[in-house]
Structure formats: structure tokens, C-alpha cells
Ligand binder design. Structure first.
Ligand code: 0O2
Length: 272
């Protein structure tokens, strides 16, 4: 097939990967902005390389004209979670979306593959707008924990190194490592609520500090320098206390000061 033709076929898939990644990354941001724990830790995406497509066609005896229908991971998005429990939440999130229609789900977590591979796979239909109008595509979404991702990445590299013929003694090691990953994920789950609490309060503190700094920056436009310096010193003092309640109180005080200046400016504008 001509290179230009490959481009034409793969272009909409590139767009789909970009759009879906943006949407999931935005979900992470929405959680963090609201001081909520995000079940999605990280998002990755790729369009399958031409050589990998050709390899799959050969392996599965797929004709060129059937590529888009039969190779459902031309566009692939990977969602990495911190904990196994997060995977079910992400699956639910995707099932409830209006812009993604589920075609197929495969749970390789409850039913690990014989290689030791674990992940939750969803094939979805997703529509992108192209020059030729809307195009409905298949996209594969893989959802897995960081630990599962570590295993799959290492195993994938070994598959390449040994041209998909990993020697038995290494396969055995990989199976042992897969068992260790299950233990690790379970151990992490047992301290999940503690880790989540710590991360949430860190996020809440980061949001308050961002709000305070934003307020101080705005005050620069209206307050005098001496007052600003006093506020800044007070901020450093409160920050050093390492107490989220004190920071919140300080943030509210700043809000009130900013409100006072706003009212003053409004009154002056009315007089003019
Ligand atoms: P790449 O290079 O990641 O794109 P099927 O005949 O339908 O059962 P298929 O089509 O391979 O087999 O679907 P499956 O099993 O759901 O796998 C799809 C993708 O999951 C693979 O894509 C891999 O990314 C990943 N995967 C599946 N099994 C393994 C495994 O044992 N180890 C690793 N590391 N990844 C796996 P590709 O096209 O095979 O590879």
C-alpha cells in the first residue's frame, strides 16, 4: 500500500487517540481541582505502527481491506491506575460515557493470560469529525495498575528481543514476577485508604496555596506595597505551621481583603 494511503487510513485514528487522551487527562484535572482522588493516574496513547499492523495481518491472515474492521487496536489508549480497585471505577466511568460505545470487554485481570499478562481491555466505538464527515472508529482501551504496566512493559520488550519466542526459563521467571505483582497490588490495596487520604490532603493543600498565591497576585494591582509585604510574610508564617485549617482560614481572610478592595474600586467608579 502507498505511504500516502496509510496516512489517510491512520490520520483519523491519530485524532481519536489525541481526543480521548485529552478527555481522560481532563478527568484527572477535574478530580484534582475538586480535591478528589482520581482513579486515573496516567494516560498514554499510540497509533499502531505500520510494521506492527503488517505483522498482525500476517499472523491473523487479515486482508488489507479488512484492517479497520478486524484490527481493533489501530488506536490504543492505556489508562494507568494506582490500585486494582480503581480499575473497576474507570470501567464504570467509560461505560457511562455518551461519547464512547462499548463493543467488547475482556477482563484479563480476573482471568490472567497464560503468559502472566493482566489488564482490563475495552474495545469502544468512537466518532471523530474528519474532512469527509464523521467517522466511527474502534479504539482499544487497556486499563491496568502501575505494577501490571511495569510487568507488561518488560514482557513486551522481551517479546521483541526474542522475536515472540521467549525461552522457557525466562517465561517461568516472568510467571513468578506476575505472581509477585498480584501480591504487590494486594498489599497496596490494603493501605489504599491511607494513601488516598494522604494524597487528597496534599491536593487540597496545593489547591488552597494556589488560591492564596492567586489572591496575593491580584492584590498587587490594588493594595500598597507595604500591605502586600505584610500579607506575604503572614503567608510564609502560616505555611510553615503545616496546618491545613490555618491555611484555609488565611485564604478566607485574603478573600475578604480582596472583596473589600473590589467594593472600594466599585464605589470609586460610581463616584466618577
Ligand atoms: P502491541 O505491540 O501492544 O500493539 P485475540 O486473538 O483477540 O485474543 P489480540 O488481538 O492480540 O488477540 O487481542 P488481545 O489478546 O486482547 O491483546 C491486545 C493487546 O493486549 C496486545 O496488542 C498487547 O498490547 C496486549 N497484550 C495481550 N497479551 C499480552 C501479553 O501476553 N503480554 C503483553 N506485554 N501484552 C499483551 P498487540 O497487537 O499484541 O501488541
Amino acid at each position: 500500500m502507498e505511504i500516502q494511503l496509510w496516512r489517510e487510513i491512520l490520520n483519523p485514528y491519530e485524532l481519536a487517540v489525541k481526543e480521548i487522551m485529552t478527555k481522560f487527562n481532563h478527568l484527572i484535572k477535574e478530580h484534582r481541582d475538586r480535591g478528589l482522588y482520581s482513579p486515573i493516574e496516567q494516560v498514554e496513547g499510540r497509533v499502531k505502527t505500520i510494521s506492527s499492523i503488517l505483522e498482525k495481518c500476517q499472523k491473523k491472515k487479515i486482508a488489507m481491506e479488512d484492517i479497520e474492521e478486524k484490527i481493533y487496536d489501530l488506536a490504543g489508549v492505556r489508562i494507568i491506575c494506582q490500585f486494582v480497585e480503581d480499575i473497576d471505577r474507570v470501567v464504570e466511568l467509560i461505560r457511562n460515557r455518551k461519547d464512547m460505545e462499548i463493543r467488547q470487554e475482556r477482563d484479563y485481570i480476573r482471568q490472567m493470560k497464560s503468559s502472566g499478562y493482566r489488564s482490563y481491555h475495552m474495545i469502544i466505538y468512537y466518532t471523530v469529525d474528519t474532512l469527509d464527515g464523521p467517522k466511527k472508529l474502534q479504539v482499544e482501551i487497556q486499563i491496568r495498575t502501575m505494577a501490571m504496566n511495569f510487568w507488561a512493559t518488560v514482557e513486551h520488550s522481551l517479546q521483541y528481543k526474542y522475536k515472540r519466542n521467549i525461552p522457557d526459563h525466562i517465561k517461568e521467571r516472568l510467571l513468578n514476577a506476575a505472581d509477585a505483582i498480584i501480591v504487590l497490588d494486594n498489599e497496596m490495596s490494603s493501605v489504599r485508604s491511607e494513601i488516598m487520604d494522604a494524597q487528597i490532603s496534599f491536593q487540597i493543600q496545593a489547591n488552597i496555596v494556589a488560591d492564596i498565591l492567586n489572591n496575593i497576585q491580584n492584590l498587587y494591582k490594588v493594595a500598597n506595597k507595604r500591605e502586600i509585604l505584610k500579607i506575604q510574610d503572614e503567608f510564609y508564617r502560616v505555611y510553615a505551621m503545616n496546618d491545613i485549617d490555618q491555611l484555609e482560614r488565611f485564604d478566607k481572610q485574603l478573600d475578604m481583603i480582596a472583596e473589600g478592595y473590589r467594593a472600594q474600586t466599585l464605589a470609586m467608579d460610581m463616584e466618577d
